[in-house]
Ligand binder design. Structure first.
Ligand SMILES: Cc1cc2nc3c(=O)[nH]c(=O)nc-3n(C[C@H](O)[C@H](O)[C@H](O)COP(=O)(O)OP(=O)(O)OC[C@H]3O[C@@H](n4cnc5c(N)ncnc54)[C@H](O)[C@@H]3O)c2cc1C
Length: 387
């Protein structure tokens, strides 16, 4: 065994969750190293595509709300520390029937945790959108979208500034624990890293490390960008919110973002939309890795009718598509825990099931606290491997 590096803390995977964890450990003056198979941010994992929705009246499980409070504080601190705007508070508009899981969930969460949620009148309040007669419309003002790539860049820069060592384009091939009290992590060419504590935040590739985790299914998700032409010129795009509309057949909501310029759109404003539902076919992350794709993927036809049915007096032309991975746990909840029988030396964070990004500042703090042996202030029982 050739030991190339020795470190107290090692973070495997420096994407969304790993970059924040690396920073939180470095900020605590720990000897910490981070390693990634690519050069994050990148389009080969779960964070590509310019924007992610953040919201607090959580319908998935009310226990996420305290973690979101921590995340909201974390975003505030990060933006203040760096003077970078990473969040845009556009608000979030929800529609669905009164008995829809999402509508019931946001109402219950907002009531229990005193989160502002307003019933709104459509189309009067939001003239660009339509809803069905039998649906309700709710608006969460303290919600919006964050910039994932810029967040990761920011955390990695801050981590390095605080003394973290970063190794890019280096895949970890296995993790071994011996009875000398260390964890050994193999990288290419039979080189090993020796660490006291390891935090595994390897996203969609985590199964390649063959850890004893709950069943995970990785799916390849499509994201679509459109050009929009509004027939009423007086429409104020400054008031265009993020939106999440329940599918009447209960097949996961469609969601979208205010128009922004992207690296592909140049000066044009493009509208991004997607379907929050795991794709039907599991993805094989290594046999068919994601490629950045310019241009239009024709499978938009599957969604076009549904998407068009949400809009009022808008002509939408699809212009661009990209893919990204969901790592789905079998109940849609995250997995945050020590690996069984690892003597609390290996922490894993996975199974984000398409809704993890908004938690990134909190997850970095929680995972670094777990690795440092500090008491967790959050109740994360519902996210344990055995639950
Ligand atoms: C289309 C789409 C839309 C989404 N929308 C939202 C949203 O609106 N709101 C929201 O909150 N969340 C959303 N999510 C979910 C969110 O983006 C993910 O939960 C989050 O990015 C997962 O972070 P991660 O750190 O697990 O994965 P990643 O960010 O992919 O990071 C994992 C890193 O590990 C590295 N790695 C993997 N294996 C190895 C190895 N063996 N050795 C070294 N490095 C390795 C990878 O290269 C990668 O950089 C969305 C996801 C997708 C795909």
């Amino acid at each position: 065994m050739n030991i190339s590096f020795i470190t107290n803390y090692l973070v495997i995977g420096l994407g969304s969750v790993g970059s924040s964890t690396l920073y939180h450990l470095a900020k605590n003056n720990k000897s910490v190293m981070g390693i990634d198979r690519y050069d994050p941010p990148h389009t080969q994992g779960s964070h590509g595509g310019n924007s992610r929705i953040y919201r607090k009246s959580y319908y998935e499980h009310e226990n996420y709300v305290p973690l979101l409070e921590k995340a909201y504080n974390g975003w505030d601190t990060l933006e203040k520390t760096t003077n970078h705007q990473l969040r845009f508070r556009s608000g979030l508009l929800y529609t669905g029937q009164a008995n829809d899981e999402i509508i019931m969930g946001i109402k219950s969460s907002s009531k229990k945790h005193a989160i502002e949620l307003q019933e709104v009148d459509m189309p009067n309040d939001f003239p660009f959108f339509k809803k069905e007669e039998n649906q309700e419309a709710w608006f969460e003002p303290d919600a919006g979208y964050v910039l994932p790539e810029k967040t990761i860049e920011t955390y990695l820069k801050l981590a390095e500034d605080n003394g973290a060592r970063i190794l890019k384009s280096t895949p970890v091939t296995q993790i071994e624990q011996t009875n000398d009290g260390f964890v050994y992590v193999e990288i290419e060419n039979n080189q090993w890293i020796k660490a006291q504590k390891v935090i595994v935040t390897a996203g969609a590739y985590i199964q390649l490390l063959k850890l004893p985790l709950l069943e995970l299914v990785v799916t390849k998700q499509s994201i679509f960008w459109f050009k929009a032409q509004f027939s009423r010129p007086e429409i104020d795009l400054q008031k265009y919110p993020c939106w999440m509309f329940s599918h009447p057949k209960g097949n996961g909501p469609f969601y979208g973002f205010p128009p922004i310029c992207t690296q592909h759109s140049g000066n044009e404003l493009w509208f991004k939309m997607a379907h929050h539902h795991p794709a039907s076919v599991p993805a094989d992350v290594l046999k068919n890795p994601l490629e950045s794709q310019a241009g239009l993927n024709t499978d938009i036809s599957e969604y076009k009718e549904t998407i068009l049915s949400y809009f009022n007096e808008v002509q939408l032309t699809p212009v661009y598509t990209q893919h990204c991975y969901y790592t789905n746990s079998n109940d849609g909840h995250f997995i945050i825990d020590f690996l069984p029988d690892s003597n609390r030396q290996i922490v894993v964070a996975t199974g984000f099931s398409g809704h993890g990004f908004k938690f990134v500042p909190a997850l970095g703090e929680v995972l670094s606290d777990m690795a440092m042996g500090k008491d967790k202030s959050q109740d994360l029982e519902f996210l344990k491997i055995e639950r």
